[in-house]
Design a protein. Structure first.
Length: 79
């Protein structure tokens, strides 16, 4: 799987989790310290999402980081 595909999968998973939580992107940006414009770029797949982003966003949402980590990074095949 190409890195762009992994990034888009992460963006989709994070966007869905944010939507399910009812938390605004502005609030996520504030809680994580990720500037809102940067967060928007990441969620549109225009900027890479790194593991620190995943952990910060998961913490802000009160969910385990694995729930917004692309499957290819959590599968046994990645080991």
């Amino acid at each position: 799987m190409a890195s762009q595909d992994i990034n888009l999968e992460a963006a989709d998973m994070i966007s869905a989790a944010i939507e399910r939580s009812g938390t605004s992107r502005l609030e996520i940006a504030t809680l994580t310290g990720i500037p809102l414009t940067t967060l928007r770029r990441k969620l549109m797949g225009r900027s890479p999402i790194n593991l620190e982003d995943i952990f910060l966003i998961a913490d802000a949402l009160g969910i385990p980081p694995v729930s917004i980590t692309p499957n290819v990074l959590t599968s046994e095949a990645a080991a």
